[in-house]
Design a protein around this ligand. Sequence first.
Ligand code: GAR
Length: 209
Amino acid sequence: MCKNIAVLVSGGGTNLQALIDAEKRGELGNGKITCVISSKADAYALTRATDNGIKTRVLIRKDFSDIASYSKAMRDILLEEKADLVVYAGFMTILDENVCDTFENKMINVHPALIPSFCGKGFYGLHVHESALEKGVKVSGATVHFVTAECDAGPIILQKAVEVKEGDTPETLQKRIMQEAEWKILPKAVQLFCDGKITVADGKTIISE
Ligand code: GAR
């Protein structure tokens, strides 16, 4: 049976675009992107969704007094949309355990570093790459993992390493990691999930291909 995929976004939506393109190529397995939900009204990701005939919804964090009420509203929307899989694709808000428990092992996130490096609270977007360059790592990359209430700590599904080059700026490193890692492993992880090939045991995933 077809799996409804809800994609959560906050910004440019290049990872959303990678998912849309993969779906068009028939590479999301049983999955279909049925809804894009943005935490920002002006996120370009919303235009990408509309241009591709995908339903959009906006749930602005600032409209809610705290994370609990925001999370509850998001949970209600995800249930209303009958989401079988929730994908954080550059979604910059941390949702509470209410959502994480309801969608346990059904929410995945793409993070622009090799977890457990450069992850957790405060590590998002360009900040991740700034920290990697500051440390002087020679290799960084991307990770797709299940979302749990603890930020960036859920079971790891896929990772891909990317070389850091001499003279890299946070922007050039971000771009290379997106192109070489994120846009590949995010659609692949979605495909694996939708085809029922990921199981979780003891905080780790087992992938059967
Ligand atoms: C991506 O690099 C994604 O990995 C990162 O934000 C960027 C969003 O780009 N996410 C995080 O840092 C989450 N902790 P996009 O809107 O073009 O997909």
